[in-house]
Design a protein around this ligand. Structure first.
Ligand SMILES: *Cc1c(COP(=O)(O)O)cnc(C)c1O
Length: 819
């Protein structure tokens, strides 16, 4: 870490003192004594003890920010995939060992209670996890920041696998309360919906200016704060999540008139706003409730930000100098017209001034180019829910289109692309365009993705505002994704190169020369082996599948999506299965293929792919002809906690998306940092990972993004491609004819036909290259010295993919805050 130095922590507290504090908490906070305390009570008491220590750091930072009038960062995200927090806090406060001892002295196993902590899954996948890593890095880098989101009572669904199919169950993470959070009843804001707009009385007609919005529906947003502790408790920031409450909990006149259901209608409506997270990843949810959620949390957050600003500075004009508001994807894009409304209608500002301030305040991150994921709302729906905002959007659009026309460089089609309103077919409001024009910075999340953004979705907006798009390659926090999840590797690295990398992960580069040291490689392999044994034990216990920790562990864990191509992986496994049976004499590398991930409940093909993985696993795992050389394990309910076990145990990381479709990926970074080699396409951040680790330490295969685009333009060639590959056509034929689904032989016929008809995701097109790359993997695995040398080099060379580096770039280039 550069300029600001890390304060060493005060001497570790005596475990004895911590044990006393835990007993006190048990008694006075929970009202229990040791004879009746349940494991959950011990967990709660431990968290309360640690939380008390956090509070002092928290208040100190808040006070300093206030007194020194520091600029604050506000990170608006509909998702925060934070996972469990206890280890995170222990680790960052340097309390892990002392707490372990303290609890042991009370006869409590810290690992046991740690497993009881619910995994806060308030996000779908990468986008939500990025927000969580960013929060931790901002605290680590001592940036005054608030995260804003929704406190979903039921976050991401819990996935069970029944008879091979995904079954979705509600995740009830708040069942035992949430010992981390502070409810702030006093910090609540009214959020309106629907109604009408009263025009200015001075007869200005439609011209922008002060209007009065009279919503007919109102709800309260109530704040719940969770402290986010940075490394070495440098700073503690706030994650503020909003919960929906009725303005009138019960309509008594309705109730007294006998309408008992109607009397509670408002309560139910408010409750619905913070009840569920839409389980759609890379797909726009498109439901009215979703738009309501977006406005609900954007409006509450902006009211909160403006109130804080005005109460500190006594005026509003300095907002852009003292607040940077970041839009994590377009989900909070409605914050743009909301800030305009607050400035114009409540602070009496003219349109031009409000527009200038708004653009200086906001920045926007784009996360996807997939057309099905780009948010847009039907104009009639938007206008009904948010009539004032619709007027403001029209006024913004008029200003932007005027600017575009004035240059005279744009034809009608290009003007139509720039417009906030899509006019062909149903009129829709494009949230990406709204976020773009309302921000001073628009960033992509990997070099490739940013370049593609300039060429595709935002091509014409980029021509109009050529300085706005910039790249900020994603990163991951090394605290959670190395220090906590892989204590074995952390200890080994500390012994080998000292502690500098704990404070600055770039220093892990010092491991690089040790790749050539046979003794070090053996120690490294022993750590990997321990992590694999732990995973093998869990798989045996929970899934009843026996696997050999000596086998190559090949892992693909991420949301199930056709573009991520789990199907390519499964078809290659089917082909390999066939080969092993046909050529028992060959020297096959024993492999365990792990797959895990959730499918959006409405995504038919994704759910079918889960079933296929399980069907193939059942046949392969019990076939004696395979002699255990290939095992397939589908890990149910993939979440952050599962990732923390699987990633340290992986030898091979599958990052095989269709080139041009994965914006960045962050799973790829976690694996490399834990010493797995990547097999992947030139997509997202894989491109940059290759540059950092060197082409000899990664297995790259397949079509490039340009080649994919080219191929999609031409005639479909997939039939010829499939017929040209014996392995692939046999694998497809086997799946298609029901070899793995004898109970329903036609189950996969359509899925397989899709490969013949269009092969949009290039599964057929990339199959041969992928299979060949897998045989290269086998060859390298046989040369164990070469394998572990590459693994060590991966660890040593991916420090750059730390979210500390990413956040420093945001701070300097986008937010203009010191680091
Ligand atoms: C890192 C992470 C992701 C993102 O994985 P990708 O492979 O980049 O899609 C998704 N879910 C969880 C739980 C994660 O930890």
């Amino acid at each position: 870490m550069q300029s600001r130095s890390i304060q060493p922590l005060p001497e570790n507290p005596e475990p004895q003192r911590l044990a006393d504090e835990i007993l006190q908490a048990l008694r006075y906070r929970l009202g229990k004594d040791t004879t009746v305390a349940t494991p959950h009570d011990w967990l709660t008491a431990s968290i309360k003890v640690v939380r008390d220590r956090i509070i002092d750091h928290w208040m100190k930072g808040t006070k300093e920010t206030y007194e020194q009038q520091e600029k604050r960062v506000y990170y608006l995200s509909l998702e925060f995939l934070i996972g469990r927090l206890m280890r995170d806090a222990f680790c960052n406060l340097g309390l892990m060992e002392a707490m372990r001892e303290a609890l042991a002295s009370l006869d409590v196993d810290i690992d046991l209670i740690a497993r009881l902590e619910p995994d806060a899954a308030l996000g779908n996948g990468g986008l939500g996890r990025l927000a969580a890593c960013f929060m931790e890095s901002m605290a680590t880098l001592d940036i005054p920041a608030h995260g804003y989101g929704i406190r979903y009572v039921n976050g991401m669904f819990r996935q069970e696998i029944q008879d091979g199919w995904q079954v979705e169950l509600p995740e009830t993470w708040l069942d035992h309360g949430n010992p981390w959070e502070f409810e702030r009843r006093e910090r609540s804001f009214e959020v309106g919906f629907c109604g009408f707009v009263e025009s200015p009385s001075d007869g200005e007609g439609d011209a922008p200016g002060r209007h009065i919005w009279k919503p007919t529906e109102r709800v309260l947003a109530v704040a719940y704060d969770t402290p986010v502790v940075g490394w070495r408790a440098n700073r503690v920031n706030t994650l503020r999540l909003w919960s929906g409450m009725p303005v009138d909990p019960i309509l008594l006149d309705k109730f007294n008139a006998g309408d008992h259901i109607g009397a509670l209608a408002e309560s139910n409506k408010a409750d619905a706003l913070s009840r569920v997270l839409y389980p759609a990843d890379s797909h726009q949810a498109g439901q009215e409730l979703r738009l309501r959620q977006e406005y609900f949390f954007s409006s509450a957050s902006l009211q909160d930000i403006l109130q804080r600003h005005v109460s500190q500075y006594g005026e509003i004009a300095s907002l852009p100098d003292k607040a940077a508001i970041h839009l994590n994807d377009t989900h909070p894009a409605v914050a743009v017209p909301e800030l305009m409304r607050l400035l114009m209608d409540e602070h009496d500002m003219p349109f031009a001034l409000a527009w200038d301030m708004t653009r200086r305040t906001f920045a926007y991150t784009n996360h996807t180019l997939l057309p099905e994921a780009l948010e847009s709302w039907p104009v009639p729906l938007f206008e009904r829910l948010l009539p004032r905002h619709m007027q403001i959007v029209y006024a913004i659009n008029a200003a932007v289109l005027l600017e575009a026309r004035q240059g005279g460089h744009f034809n009608d089609q290009q003007i139509a692309n720039i417009s906030l309103i899509q006019e062909n077919g149903e009129r829709r409001l494009r949230m990406g365009n709204l976020a773009f024009v309302g921000s001073h910075s628009v960033n992509g999340v990997s070099m490739l993705h940013t370049e593609l953004m300039k060429e595709t979705v935002f091509a014409d907006l980029h021509r109009l505002y050529p300085d706005r798009i910039n790249n900020k390659t994603n990163g991951i926090t090394p605290r959670r994704w190395l220090l906590q999840c892989n204590p074995g590797l952390t200890t080994l690295a500390r012994e080998a190169i000292g502690d500098a990398f704990l404070d600055d992960i770039a220093a892990i580069r010092a491991l690089d020369p040790l790749a050539d040291d046979a003794t070090f490689r053996e120690k490294f392999a022993a750590v990997k082996r321990q992590n694999k044994e732990r995973l093998a034990r869990l798989v045996a216990e929970r899934l009843g599948i026996r696997i050999d920790p000596a086998a190559l562990f090949d892992v693909q864990i991420k949301r199930i999506h056709e573009y991520k191509r789990q199907l390519l992986n499964i078809l290659e496994a089917v082909a390999l299965y066939d080969q092993i049976r046909s050529h028992p004499e060959r020297d096959w590398v024993p492999r365990v293929k792990f797959l895990g991930g959730k499918a959006a409940p409405s995504y038919h093909n994704a759910k079918l792919i889960i079933k296929l993985a399980n069907d193939v696993a059942r046949v392969v795992n019990r076939d004696p002809a395979v002699r255990g050389l290939l095992k397939i394990v589908f890990v149910p309910n993939y979440n952050v906690s599962a990732a923390e076990i699987l990633i340290p145990a992986a030898d091979l990381s599958e990052q095989i998306s269709t080139a041009g479709m994965e914006a960045s990926g962050t799973g790829n970074m976690k694996f490399a940092l834990n010493g797995a080699l990547t097999i992947g396409t030139l997509d997202g951040a894989n491109v940059e990972i290759r540059e950092h680790v060197g082409p000899e330490n990664i297995f790259i295969f397949g079509l490039t993004a340009d080649e994919v685009a080219e191929r999609r333009k031409g005639d479909a060639q997939s039939r010829a491609t499939i017929e040209g590959s014996r392995e692939l056509s046999q694998a497809i034929a086997a799946v298609s004819s029901g070899v793995f689904s004898p109970d329903d032989p036609s189950r996969y016929r359509e899925l397989m036909n899709g490969l013949y008809q269009h092969d949009w995701f290039m599964v057929a097109a990339d199959f041969e290259a992928y299979a060949a790359a897998q045989r290269d993997v086998d060859a390298k695995w046989r040369d164990s010295a070469a394998w572990y040398a590459s693994a060590v080099r991966n660890v040593a060379r991916v420090g750059w993919f730390s979210s500390d580096r990413t956040i420093r770039e945001y701070a300097k280039d986008i937010w203009n805050v010191p680091v």
